[in-house]
Design a protein around this ligand. Structure first.
Ligand code: NAD
Ligand code: MG
Length: 302
């Protein structure tokens, strides 16, 4: 549907019509969901993202890199000249293999590191393996997240609350702590937060709380690491069509109208997020620290 090679991020065009206004059918996938089974399919830039040499020689670890926004970022980083280590859950091997082939097709290395980042020991192991296999580390993208919609607090179990915090924010703290030890000056960390940090939906109580925490963590860590030459920033997506939404991320009735209430009038595609991550990782943003770049189709945000 959106596999149009001339639809690259640098061609002058109308943002309203760059991608179609999708009306996804109601559908369900078990968590964590696969891009390969999503209807309609997404644009992760696999056929369109055009590199301009902005991350030449960089060594990046990206979590949640098998699908959705993380996959789009992994493809963009490779096209910009970086080698990429991809973190994802073992159940997502199929999606990860596909992204690996796109990265290798761009002439860069892809290191596959499956495992569960809600496990505190794995966070440390993930970073050590990425450093070993990439031969160092100078870019980290903390993008993995889980989102399970629950309509009533009475039905929100302790286990879900804890699992969401373990995956979405505790892992960012643990992975960042392990990574910083290896990072030379000039390195960057970019965290994926959400518009939910400012405009929480009542059915995403646990998820939205973690996203507000990620924004705050980004501003604190950004100040802490600035003098070491390591910059920390965040990207806050609005409604982006990814497997997160169909694996209980949204109430099923909400799927057909997903993203239509934004000022742009349509859901975003994962590849539309990639330039924000590239900018915050590339040296061109050298004076940008603790910032959250909103990529949300026009909804006002702080
Ligand atoms: P996605 O499902 O494609 O990506 C999320 C990824 O998180 C999964 O692919 C999975 O690999 C990873 N993950 C989840 N639990 C994990 C665990 N325990 N261990 C290791 N990896 C784990 O969906 P996406 O929408 O691309 O999500 C990427 C990020 O964007 C998330 O942080 C999400 O909160 C954020 N976000 C998404 C939207 C949106 O509308 N899609 C909006 C705002 C923020
Ligand atoms: Mg996935």
């Amino acid at each position: 549907m959106t596999d149009n090679p001339s639809n690259d991020q640098l061609t002058f065009q109308d943002p309203v019509t760059r991608f179609p206004d999708i009306t996804p059918p109601k559908q369900d996938q078990p968590e964590p969901g696969l891009d390969q089974e999503l209807v309609p399919q997404t644009d992760r830039g696999q056929h369109s993202y055009r590199g301009t040499g902005r991350l030449e020689g960089r060594k990046a670890l990206i979590t949640g890199a098998d699908s959705g926004i993380g996959a789009a970022v992994a493809i963009a980083f490779a096209r910009e000249g970086a080698d990429v280590a991809l973190s994802y859950l073992p159940a997502e091997e199929e999606d990860a293999q596909e992204i690996k082939s796109f990265i290798e097709g761009s002439g860069r290395r892809a290191i596959l590191l499956p495992g569960d980042i809600s496990d505190r020991d794995f966070c440390e192991e993930l970073v050590e393996r990425a450093v070993r296999e990439l031969g160092g580390l100078d870019a980290l993208v903390n993008n993995a997240g889980r989102q399970i919609a629950v309509e009533d607090i009475a039905d929100l179990p302790d286990e879900q609350w804890t699992a969401t915090f373990d995956t979405n924010i505790h892992a960012i703290y643990r992975i960042s702590r392990a990574a910083v030890k290896h990072m030379p000056p000039g390195s960057t960390i970019v965290n994926t937060t959400s518009i939910q940090a400012y405009k929480p939906s009542p059915h995403l109580l646990d998820y939205a709380s973690t996203k507000a925490a990620i924004n705050n963590f980004t501003k604190g860590l950004g100040q802490m690491l600035a003098s070491k030459g390591i910059r920390v920033n965040a990207v806050a997506p609005g409604p982006i069509w990814t497997p997160l939404q169909v694996s209980d991320g949204q109430p099923k009735d909400a799927l057909p109208k997903f993203g239509k209430s934004t000022p742009l009038g349509r859901a975003g595609q994962p590849t539309e997020l990639a330039p924000a991550f590239v900018f915050l990782t590339s040296p061109e943003s050298s004076y940008v620290i603790g910032e959250t770049l909103n990529v949300n189709g026009g909804t006002p945000s702080p």
